[in-house]
Write a protein that binds this ligand. Structure first.
Ligand code: NAP
Length: 672
């Protein structure tokens, strides 16, 4: 194999590092396969380029445009995924490991693209929560909003997921409208560089949106400002070094840290041998030890079982581990590949030696390579301690490889306390079929863990497993895990934005956020708004309907027709006895139906379908003899594709005294 000369991508140009380059070896053969380095880069210039070229270009785009861009990037990665798999084998990864990294990475971009188009506006400002009334007359209100940071996201990634690690950070960053500088770990950066190159060659990114550093970051940190974000994934030691950089403290630079974690998995007190939960637990512990050769920040490092079942757990794990086939990940049938490098092998061996001072090895041999040659192979190592309260190392030392320690617990409180002894983790799993056990565990341990998987026989088949961070769920954890948070759908996007509390008149705030807010002007036109396409509708366009009387006959007819004979509509005495009503009242659903009858324009036209109601509240009872009228206002609109889009209407139903009877958002699909 020819040696790859890895390039940096700075100010929209591929640039070789000057000076001595670092040799990178194949995890499988130990042969040199790449040379990498970033010396000579102008880091201040890269930051400037991102801030002055990439940021403004991304911020000119709407959330939806950026979401479409993510989809194009994901498609580009998928179209050339085989090139990436080929390189991925050299990182020691099997095809399944590579799938998590490569297709899981693209899937994360797809997920953010979809979230962006469904949950974010087709605008540039994101509303956070509801409008807050701040004055009696309603002329002065508050609204929280998010706008993109105007700096750069510096992404420093760990070696274990060279593609996913980059893409899970880029998804939310680019969707937020922030340019990024990516710095992969040196040992597997050749795979990151290839995936990065595919995205650049897709030609969908604006200039300055992405840059790549294939080595050290030089003086980059010296030039960070309050508008920048550092998203770091890696060891606690490096995180500490970077987090305490004086510029980070002085400028209050946002620093998201994803560090190591002594994740726990607990066999519930009810999950005795022979139960489905026992088998699921054993399967999951082995899967977490061997997937990616255990080089997952979320892998199960501590497996806990009731003291009476610990021997059975050990035996079942040993049997299952004996079936693991270790070898060159390109070979058919291999279920566990190599560690990412020989340096990593050395470091895992050292960590196992540390663990072995307070726990004994019951399966595997850390010091003998299970595969001949110079590859970074290691057999899965299972350790056991029977006194977890006096074996501090098992709660402290992360062996970032196929290594896990089993330990007994006395009762649920003991299990909770042991799980929390990791002092903050990314993921915890509990195998129980007892809802009370699950509730007690969540209350006792929730504050110490970023994600909790509660697995039983009903969810196992479709479960995504203990170790998989998901784009729609928060990834990160307190304390030792770094205190950071990534992804979690739109939450992850806001990590790259600034929240600002706006105060002012509803009309002003409404035009800023591109959404009609209560108190903003309602504009009545000549044409019924149902006769307008989305492109012709303006925020605030309003229809004010005529009013209609609601009679007792109407209520009785509605009750007979629908079968809703609830006493509040049908029994005067019983309705009166109810503390809310003065007598029989109109059904809420009748009010909604009559409201539609008042505002609908019936002929075929731009409105295609009613897709739902949100935030429905009935505020004032409507009695027989009252009348009702409706005001229907365009609250927001968003084109989904060339065929249709969604209009959100603010609907208010008033009675003859102009009291609000009902309010809700009506959603319709309309022609664009
Ligand atoms: P690491 O040695 O701390 O390196 C992490 C990243 O930091 C690499 O890109 C590394 O680049 C870079 N780096 C190191 N020193 C730096 C410096 N002075 N300035 C700027 N960048 C610097 O960690 P690792 O060995 O790659 O990763 C393994 C660790 O990461 C494990 O402890 C694991 O638990 C943790 N991890 C956590 C998560 C999570 O989401 N919480 C995910 C994966 C891994 P070079 O490679 O070029 O040195």
């Amino acid at each position: 194999m020819t040696t790859l000369k890895l390039l940096n991508y700075a100010t929209d140009r591929w640039t070789a590092g000057t000076g001595p380059l670092t040799e990178v070896e194949s995890a499988v053969t130990g042969d040199m396969i790449a040379l990498t380095g970033s010396q000579g880069l102008d880091f201040a210039g890269m930051l400037r380029h991102a801030r002055t070229v990439g940021g403004p270009a991304l911020r000119r785009m709407t959330f939806h445009q950026r979401a479409w861009m993510l989809k194009d990037l994901a498609n580009a990665v998928m179209a050339r995924k085989e090139e990436l798999y080929e390189l991925s084998y050299d990182t020691g990864a099997t095809r399944t490991d590579g799938w998590i990294d490569i297709e899981g990475g693209a899937g994360t971009l797809f997920s953010f693209s979809s979230k962006g188009r469904r949950e974010l506006p087709n605008g540039r400002i994101l509303i956070d929560g509801a409008m807050e009334p701040l004055s009696r007359g309603g002329s002065f209100v508050g609204q929280h909003v998010y706008t993109p940071l105007q700096g750069v996201a510096v992404h420093i990634n760990a070696f274990n997921f060279p593609v996913w690690g980059m893409l899970e950070k880029l998804g939310p960053t680019l969707l937020a409208g922030v340019p990024a500088i990516v710095k992969p770990a040196s040992s597997t950066g050749y795979l990151t560089e290839a995936a990065f190159r595919i995205m650049i060659e897709a030609g969908v990114l604006p200039p300055g949106a992405l840059q790549l550093v294939m080595g050290g970051v030089g003086d980059l940190f010296d030039h960070l400002t309050l508008q920048d974000v550092v998203s770091f994934t890696g060891s606690a030691q490096t995180a500490m070094k970077l987090q305490t950089h004086p510029v980070i403290a002085r400028e209050s630079v946002r620093f998201i840290a994803e560090r190591d974690s002594l994740n726990a998995s607990i066999l519930g007190p009810d999950a005795a041998p022979g139960t489905p939960e026992f088998d699921l637990f054993v399967k999951e512990v082995v899967r977490e030890m061997t997937a990616k050769a255990g080089q997952k920040c979320t892998a199960i490092r501590r497996a806990m079982a009731p003291a009476e079942h610990i021997d059975a757990v050990e035996e079942a794990l040993r049997q299952r581990l004996a079936k693991v086939k270790i070898g060159d990940p390109r070979e058919e049938g291999v279920t566990m590949g190599a560690l990412a490098s020989r340096a990593q092998l050395t470091s895992v061996r050292a960590a196992v030696a540390e663990l072995a001072k307070s726990a004994r090895i019951v399966a595997g041999d850390p010091d003998t390579s299970p595969v001949a040659g110079n590859g970074a192979f290691m057999s899965p190592i299972l350790l056991r301690t029977d006194d977890p309260w006096h074996a501090q190392a098992v709660h402290d030392v992360e062996a970032f490889g196929p290594v896990s320690t089993i330990m007994p617990y006395r009762d649920l409180d003991d299990a909770i306390a042991l799980a929390n002894r990791g002092m903050g983790s990314l993921a915890l799993s509990l195998f129980t079929f007892d809802a009370q056990v699950a509730e007690d565990f969540v209350l006792g341990a929730g504050a110490y863990h970023g994600r909790m998987l509660i697995l039983d026989r009903t969810s196992a088949k479709e479960s995504t497993g203990h170790g998989s961070p998901l784009p729609v769920l928060v990834h990160g954890g307190p304390g030792r895990a770094g205190g950071g948070e990534e992804m979690g759908g739109v939450r992850g996007v806001t990590h790259y934005m600034q929240r600002t509390a706006l105060q002012g008149a509803p009309a002003v705030l409404s035009s800023i956020v591109g959404q009609w807010l209560p108190g903003a002007p309602k504009v009545e036109g000549e044409v019924h708004p149902f006769r307008k396409r989305i492109s012709e509708l303006a925020i605030g366009d309003t229809l004010k309907t005529a009013s209609r009387l609601v009679t007792l006959d109407d209520i009785e007819h509605f009750a007979a027709f629908t079968g809703d004979n609830f006493y509040a509509h049908m029994d005067e005495e019983a309705a009166k006895a109810n503390p809310i009503f003065d007598g029989r009242v109109a059904h809420g659903y009748l009010i909604l139906s009559f409201a539609a009858g008042l505002f609908v324009d019936p002929a075929p036209g731009p409105v295609l379908a009613n897709t739902g109601l949100e935030h429905l509240r009935f505020l004032t009872p409507l009695y027989p003899g009252d009348s009702m009228r409706v005001e229907l206002t365009v609250k927001s609109r968003s084109v989904r594709n060339e065929e249709m889009g969604e209009v959100r209407w603010a609907v208010y139903v008033f009675n003859q005294k102009d009291e609000i009877v009902a309010s809700y958002d009506l959603l319709t699909m309309n022609l664009p």
